[in-house]
Write a protein that binds this ligand. Structure first.
Ligand code: DGJ
Length: 695
C-alpha cells in the first residue's frame, strides 16, 4: 500500500522513499520523516519541554503546514485574516480521507469556519509525491487569505544544504545559482505576472551531491504566475522549504461557501541529480503533460521568426516552406507579423485578424501549400497583449490593467490585457477559436512578451487577486481551446523562457526555453531546463545566430538542437546546397533517434561549463539502444584527453558502437567503468554516437 494510516501516523511510500507525519497531543500535524524507508512502528512524535519566556515549543515543532498565529514566529505557509479583524489562525486536526493513492488530512480552525485540507498523492511506479492544499470557508463572512503555500517541506538532519535555483535573465534563462544555506532564509520569486526569466518556481536542496551521488531533495511548484520559493534554516539547523503563490501584493478573498485549491508541488528525494531528472522526466511525461500529445513524438518544426521577422508574406513563407519540407521538416510555423497592422512591434497586437495586405486571400493558400508539401501548419499568437496602436485598444481602452491616475508603462510598445474580465476572455476565445475553426492549424505558439505594470483591475472587488486570476485565465483559455480543437498542439513561450515551468506543462505540450539560440549558450540553458523538465518538451532550433562573437558550425548547431525537440529557424533561402544537405542528413538522423531523445532516460555525463565539454546520453527503457552527444567548443590548457564513461547501460549486455571511426563491441560494464578514450580537438567538436545491444 503506498499510503498507510495508523492514527496518529500517516505513512506515504513511493517506490524507494518514505514520507511520514503524525498528529500530536495538541492536535498539530507534525512532520516526522522524508527519506529512505523505515519500519512504520518505529516512529514517535517528540515533545519539546524546554519552553521559556523567549522560546516557544510551538515555534520549534516541524509542521506539515505552518499557519501564522500563537507563538509561531518562523516563516508561515498560511496567513489568513477573518472578517472581525482577527489575523491569526489556530488549526487542529479534524479528520482524514484516504482514496486510493490520495490522502487528504483536514485541519479545522478552532474558532472560525476555515478548514485546511492537506492533500498528498503518491503515483505508483514513481518516486514523486504530489502535494497541494484546499482551503474552505464554510461560514458566510469572507476570509482574506494573505499568504498561501502549496507545500511546506522539512528536510532531514541538521547539516546545511546547498540550495539551487536560477539567476537568469532574458537570453540567459536557467543560469544556475547555488548557495549554502547556513542560517536565515533564501527567497526566489517572481513579481512580474509570469514565472519569469530570473528565478524558477522550484527548490533543489543537496548535500555532497553530484549526478549520481549524495542527497538531493527537490520540490517544484506547477505554477506560471507570481511564485515564492523560500528555504529557511532555524537555530537548530533544520532546513525547511516553502513553495506557493507569492504573497507580494497578493490576497485572495474566500467568500462563504467557497474553496480555494492551490497549484500542486511535485517533490521527491533521490541519490543525485541524474536520478532526480529521470524521475521527473518520466513523471511529467506520464502524469503532467496534456494527454493528447504526451506519448507522441513531437514533430521537427520550422519557425519563420529569425528568417523573416515581422516581414511575413505569402510568398516568402511559401518559399521557406518549400525548403523546409525538402529538408524533412514536419511542421511549418509562421511566427509574428501575420495579423492586424503588424509591420513592427508598435502596432497590431490584439487584432487577431489576418492582414489582407500580406495575405490577400487569407491564410488558406499558404496553409494549402504547406499541407501539400506534407507538413502541418502552425501559427504564432500573443493573446494577453495589446498595442495602443490597434483597433482593439481604440475600441476598448479600458481592457488593459491600468490606473487612471498613473502613466501606462509600455514595454515593447505593448500593454497587458485584463484577463480577469469576462469580456476580454470571451473576445480572445472567439478570435482564437475562429482561427482554429476557419483554418487547418495544428499548432499554436502562445507568446507573452512583457511583465505586468499598473495592475489596476476595477472589475475586481479585490484587485490583489488579479495575479492569480490572470494565470488561471491563461490556463482556462488554453484548456477550452484544446477541448474544442483536440488536434492542436500548444507551445508556451514568453519572450523565450518566461513561462517555462511545470504549471505551463500541465496545459501546454512544450515550451520555448530561451530566445537565445546560440549553440554555445544553449548548452548551459538546456542543461538547466533538463533538471526538472523532460527534454521532449524543450523546443530547440538550429538558427543562423551563431552568436555575433562566436559563430559555430551548422553541424555543431544541429548537434545541440537535436538534444531536445528539434526545430529549424534559420533563413533557408540563404543556405548553400551543402548546408541544405546537412539539414537533410541531420533531420533524417534525428527522426531515427527521436524516440530515444524524447522518451529515453537522460544521463548528463559531463557538464558543458564545469567540464568544458558536453556529454549527454539517452537510453531506452530496455537498455538496448542509446545515443550519446559529445560537444565542445574547444578545450583550454591542452586538456583534450579523457575517457568517456557511459551510463545507464546493462553491465552484462554487450554493446556495439562506432567510436572515432572504429567499430567497437564492449560490455556495458566496461563502457560504464573503464570507458572509451577520446581526444577532443579543433573548434566545434561534435559527435553523435549510437549504441546498440549486440545480442
Ligand atoms: C518572442 C519569442 O520568444 C520569439 O520566438 C518570437 O516569437 C517573438 N517574440 C515574436 O515577436
Amino acid at each position: 500500500m503506498p499510503i498507510t494510516v495508523k492514527e496518529p501516523y500517516f505513512i506515504l511510500e513511493t517506490e524507494r522513499t518514505q514520507y511520514v507525519f503524525g498528529i500530536d497531543q495538541a492536535g498539530r500535524e507534525r512532520h516526522l520523516h522524508w527519506g529512505k524507508k523505515c519500519l512504520p512502528e518505529d516512529f514517535f512524535i517528540p515533545e519539546y519541554e524546554d519552553e521559556n519566556s523567549n522560546h516557544s515549543a510551538q515555534d520549534e515543532a516541524q509542521q506539515e503546514y505552518t499557519a501564522f498565529g500563537g507563538t509561531v514566529y518562523r516563516e508561515c505557509a498560511l496567513k489568513a485574516r477573518f472578517s472581525d479583524g482577527c489575523r491569526e489562525t489556530d488549526l487542529a486536526y479534524r479528520d482524514f480521507r484516504l482514496d486510493g493513492d490520495t490522502l487528504e488530512v483536514t485541519l479545522q480552525d478552532r474558532h472560525y469556519p476555515l478548514a485546511v485540507t492537506l492533500c498528498y498523492r503518491v503515483t505508483p511506479g514513481c518516486d514523486i509525491l504530489t502535494r497541494w492544499v484546499k482551503l474552505q470557508n464554510s461560514g458566510t463572512a469572507p476570509i482574506t487569505l494573505e499568504k498561501i503555500c502549496s507545500a511546506e517541506l522539512s528536510l532531514p538532519g541538521e547539516q546545511p544544504y546547498a540550495i539551487h535555483n536560477t539567476n537568469g535573465a532574458w537570453g540567459g534563462e536557467g543560469l544556475p545559482a547555488v548557495q549554502t544555506l547556513t542560517s536565515g532564509a533564501l527567497t526566489f520569486e517572481s513579481r512580474r505576472g509570469t514565472s519569469g526569466h530570473n528565478h524558477a518556481p522550484y527548490l533543489l536542496a543537496s548535500r555532497r551531491a553530484g549526478e549520481a551521488s549524495g542527497e538531493v531533495f527537490f520540490a517544484a511548484l506547477a505554477y506560471s504566475g507570481n511564485f515564492k520559493a523560500e528555504a529557511t534554516r532555524d537555530l537548530f539547523g533544520r532546513t525547511r522549504l516553502l513553495l506557493g503563490l507569492n504573497d507580494f501584493d497578493f490576497s485572495y478573498t474566500l467568500k462563504g461557501g467557497e474553496t480555494f485549491e492551490t497549484p500542486p508541488v511535485f517533490c521527491g528525494t533521490t541519490p543525485g541529480f541524474g536520478e532526480m531528472s529521470r524521475q521527473m522526466h518520466r513523471f511529467v511525461r506520464e502524469h503532467v503533460l496534456p494527454r493528447a500529445f504526451a506519448k507522441k513524438p513531437l514533430p521537427v518544426l520550422y519557425n519563420s521568426w529569425e528568417a523573416t521577422g515581422f516581414d511575413v508574406s505569402c510568398e516568402n513563407q511559401m518559399r521557406l516552406a518549400d525548403l523546409a519540407a525538402a529538408a524533412g521538416v514536419e511542421l511549418f510555423v509562421m511566427d509574428d507579423g501575420w495579423f492586424g497592422a503588424r509591420r513592427n512591434d508598435r502596432a497590431g497586437l490584439g487584432d487577431w485578424f489576418v492582414n489582407r495586405e500580406k495575405f490577400p486571400q487569407g491564410l488558406a493558400p499558404l496553409i494549402a501549400h504547406v499541407n501539400a508539401l506534407g507538413m502541418d501548419f502552425g501559427l504564432w499568437v500573443e493573446p494577453e497583449m495589446v498595442n495602443a496602436d490597434s483597433d482593439l485598444f481604440r475600441a476598448h481602452p479600458d481592457w488593459t490593467y491600468h490606473y487612471d491616475t498613473r502613466k501606462a508603462h509600455e514595454l515593447r510598445h505593448q500593454r497587458v490585457l485584463n484577463l480577469t474580465r469576462e469580456d476580454v476572455r470571451a473576445y480572445l476565445f472567439e478570435r482564437l477559436d475562429s482561427l482554429l475553426s476557419d483554418y487547418n492549424i495544428r499548432y499554436i505558439k502562445w507568446d507573452m512578451n512583457r511583465p505586468f505594470s499598473e495592475t489596476g483591475a476595477e472589475n475586481l472587488e479585490n484587485p490583489q487577486m488579479l495575479w492569480y486570476l490572470h494565470t488561471q485565465a491563461v490556463y482556462e483559455l488554453v484548456d477550452r481551446l484544446r477541448a474544442k480543437h483536440p488536434d492542436v498542439q500548444f507551445e508556451s513561450c514568453a519572450s523565450g523562457g518566461g513561462r517555462a515551468d511545470l504549471g505551463a506543462l500541465l496545459h501546454f505540450d512544450e515550451v520555448w526555453p530561451s530566445d537565445n539560440t546560440d549553440a554555445v549558450d544553449r548548452m548551459t540553458i538546456q542543461r538547466a531546463y533538463s533538471l526538472l523538465h523532460p527534454v521532449k518538451t524543450m523546443r530547440a532550433w538550429v538558427t543562423d545566430v551563431g552568436g555575433p562573437n562566436k559563430p559555430t558550425s551548422l553541424a555543431f548547431r544541429f548537434q545541440i538542437a537535436m538534444q531536445g525537440a528539434l526545430g529549424l529557424g534559420g533563413d533557408l533561402t540563404k543556405y548553400s546546397e551543402a548546408d541544405l544537405q546537412l539539414c537533410r542528413e541531420n533531420i533524417a538522423l534525428y527522426k531515427e533517434i527521436r524516440p530515444l531523445v524524447q522518451f529515453g532516460d537522460l544521463y548528463r555525463l559531463a557538464d558543458p561549463d564545469a567540464d568544458e565539454y558536453l556529454c549527454t546520453q539517452y537510453v531506452d527503457e530496455e537498455k538496448r539502444k542509446s545515443v550519446v552527444f559529445l560537444a565542445a567548443r574547444g578545450t583550454r590548457f591542452y586538456k583534450k584527453r579523457m575517457a568517456v564513461r557511459f551510463d545507464g547501460l546493462a553491465p552484462e549486455k554487450r554493446y556495439a558502437l562506432c567510436w572515432e571511426g572504429e567499430n567497437v563491441v564492449k560490455s556495458g560494464a566496461y563502457l560504464m567503468e573503464v570507458g572509451l578514450p577520446l581526444r577532443i580537438r579543433g573548434a566545434d567538436f561534435n559527435r553523435i554516437v549510437r549504441i546498440q545491444a549486440a545480442e
